[in-house]
Design a binder for this molecule. Structure first.
Ligand SMILES: [Zn+2]
Length: 197
């Protein structure tokens, strides 16, 4: 990926306020230079649309064959829906029912079709794996897995491969004692609590 394209992607995430750069106190107590607030990705639809246009370019480069885009609720719904709209494909979503990831009922054409999975932010890969498992139960052939941001920096493997992402960024977390940002005297910010899993 060219430098310009990487910068464009980074700037779009900053424009959406989903990616903040500064000096943050994480819930773990460690300090970090970057903070993600993934719900922000869907707050500005026009910015999200520009991000999805770039994702669509990546998907078109690989040209997987598929009928459906499938995403996990809730954040993934807007992202997967927009991706499906741009690619003129069908859309379905999964949701957790009593902790278990399941395909929302009513998407009757999904069984035995081909699908790609689109997720917002990959952290541990847990929810993508769960989506994959429930699609396999419906004999859906998964021909591609994509996310907007891979926070593992490519370390999380699904089916033995890193997930295709627009932005791959391993976020370093520092102990307060050895935090270079503290040493620079940057003010520490505690971001608002958000739903994390
Ligand atoms: Zn610090």
């Amino acid at each position: 990926m060219s430098q310009n394209r990487s910068e464009l992607i980074l700037n779009l995430f900053k424009e959406s306020n989903a990616l903040l750069k500064g000096h943050f106190k994480l819930t773990s107590g460690k300090h970090s230079e970057w903070y993600f607030e993934k719900i922000k990705l869907i707050e500005r639809p026009l910015v999200l649309e520009k991000i999805i246009d770039l994702l669509v370019e990546e998907i078109n480069k690989e040209a997987p064959e598929f009928d459906y885009v499938v995403s996990p609720a809730y954040g993934g719904i807007a992202i997967g829906f927009l991706t499906a709209l741009k690619l003129n494909k069908l859309f379905a979503f999964t949701q957790r029912v009593e902790e278990k990831m399941t395909v929302r009922s009513g998407f009757s054409g999904l069984d035995k079709s081909r699908a790609i999975i689109v997720e917002d932010i990959l952290t541990t890969g847990g929810s993508i794996q769960e989506v994959l498992d429930c699609l396999q139960q419906k004999e859906v052939e998964v021909t591609g897995i994509y996310c907007l941001v891979d926070r593992s920096g490519g370390e999380v493997l699904i089916q033995g491969k890193p997930v295709r992402s627009l932005l791959s960024l391993k976020v370093e977390a520092y102990e307060p004692d050895s935090c270079p940002l503290c040493q620079q005297g940057l003010p520490l910010v505690k971001p608002g609590a958000s739903d994390k899993k």
